[in-house]
Structures are given as C-alpha cells and as structure tokens.
Design a protein around this ligand. Structure first.
Ligand code: ATP
Ligand code: MG
Length: 206
C-alpha cells in the first residue's frame, strides 16, 4: 500500500482534509486519536507511564492525569523526551497495524507533528496542508476560542511553514473555499491512485 503522511500546522485543515479523503473510501489513520486511545485505563501504555513517572501520573480513578503530565513535560525537557520515547513507538506501531488492516491502493497517516517526530522516513510521500498564518489564526480562534498569544505560542512550538513547504512532496493549499479544496483533493486522489497502480489492490469505487 502506498502510504501518504498528512501533516500541517495547527488549524491548517488536516481534519477537514482527512474527512474528505475518508468520504472517498481512503483509509485515514489519525495519530491524535491513537495517542488518546492508547492511554485509556487498562491499556499497557498507561502502566508504562506509571512505571516511568510514578503514581502521580494517575488520577484517583486510575485514569491519566493529563494536566500533571502536560505541566511536567512543559517544565522539563528530559521528561518530555522520556514521554515521547514511551508513546511514539506505540503510536506508530498502532498506526501501521491499523492501516495494514485495510485493503486499499493507498492510505493516509495523519500526523500533526510528522516533521517534529521525524516520521517522514517511514512513509512514501508527505502531503502538507497549508494556509496563510493569518487564516490559521482566524480559524483556530473561531474554532477553539483561544487567545492570540496562546495560538502564537502553539505555532511557535511547531516547525515553520517554510520548513513544512520545503519538505513536502505534495501541497494542498487551503486558503480558499471548501469547494476549491474538494476539487484539489479530487486531483490528488487521481494522482495517488495512479501512483499506487501495480500494487495488486482493487479500489472500492465511490
Ligand atoms: N477552506 C476552509 N474554509 C473555511 N474554514 C475552514 C476551511 N478549512 C478548514 N476550515 C475550518 O478551520 C478550522 C480548522 O480546520 P481543521 O480542524 O480541519 O484543522 P486541523 O489542521 O485539523 O487543526 P488541528 O491542528 O488543531 O487539529 C475548522 O473549524 C474548519 O472547519
Ligand atoms: Mg485536527
């Protein structure tokens, strides 16, 4: 299966684009969803976190104390590295397993921090969803009611727009209307189907 890594800065439109590909029966596996699922109560990753960070990482009901963990890794870079060394391999293994359950010519891994986690080596192509920083800020503000300074600091913590664009194999510009986005996705879908031919998969038409 041809694997496409979908990425982009906060609010650029990754979830919107994922949904549009899913509507075309393209399997999309989401790193954010998996990173939440693997730390639910009873999951082995949660036990690994408890072993690494101590009991404070759990609330009294046994679920993950996200606030504690967030503040800890924000304050201490070595704890952030420890957390990532535990979770990232599990996240990526789970993503690959889920994607391989589909019989499709191509599939997508939606990874917001694809470049930051250096996962581009394990995928065939990188698709960057891009829009202007102004559009990004306006859309995030409308969606999440975050302050300008909070949005700014999240954007600063991610790699730059220039870096993303210069490391992309394909770019979907999302500054325009949803109609424009849909028609660009149609073109990209045809391209990916062409690229994946010869891999002995039949594609469920929609
Ligand atoms: N072309 C567009 N025109 C208008 N609004 C849009 C467009 N694309 C996306 N949006 C809106 O912008 C917001 C951000 O889009 P979306 O949630 O898809 O981004 P994201 O990259 O998944 O964000 P995050 O990084 O926070 O997960 C959403 O409210 C979405 O509905
Ligand atoms: Mg999203």
């Amino acid at each position: 299966m041809l694997t496409i890594g979908l990425t982009g800065g906060i609010g650029c439109g990754k979830t919107t684009v994922s949904q549009l590909f899913k509507e075309k029966n393209v399997p999309v596996v989401d790193a954010d969803e998996i990173s939440h699922a693997i730390v639910q109560t009873g999951q082995p990753a949660l036990t690994e976190l408890e072993n690494a960070f101590g009991q404070q990482v759990l609330l009294s009901n046994g679920s993950l104390n996200r606030k504690y963990l967030r503040e800890l890794v924000f304050a201490k870079p070595n704890k952030k590295a420890l957390l990532e060394s535990i979770l990232h391999p599990i996240i990526y293994r789970t993503m690959d397993q889920q994607l391989n359950e589909f019989d499709s010519p191509y599939g997508m891994l939606s990874i917001p921090l694809l470049f930051e986690t250096k996962h581009q080596e394990n995928i065939d192509r990188v698709l960057v969803i891009d829009c202007s920083e102004e559009a990004q800020k306006l859309r995030v503000k409308a969606r999440d009611q975050l302050s300008d300074s909070m949005i700014g600091s999240i954007m600063d913590s991610q790699c730059s727009r220039e870096f993303r664009l210069s490391h992309a194999d394909d770019i979907l510009n999302n500054d325009g209307t949803l109609e424009k986005l849909k028609s660009d996705i149609d073109k990209l879908h045809s391209l990916y189907l062409k690229m994946s031919t010869g891999k002995n998969h039949t594609y469920p038409a929609k």
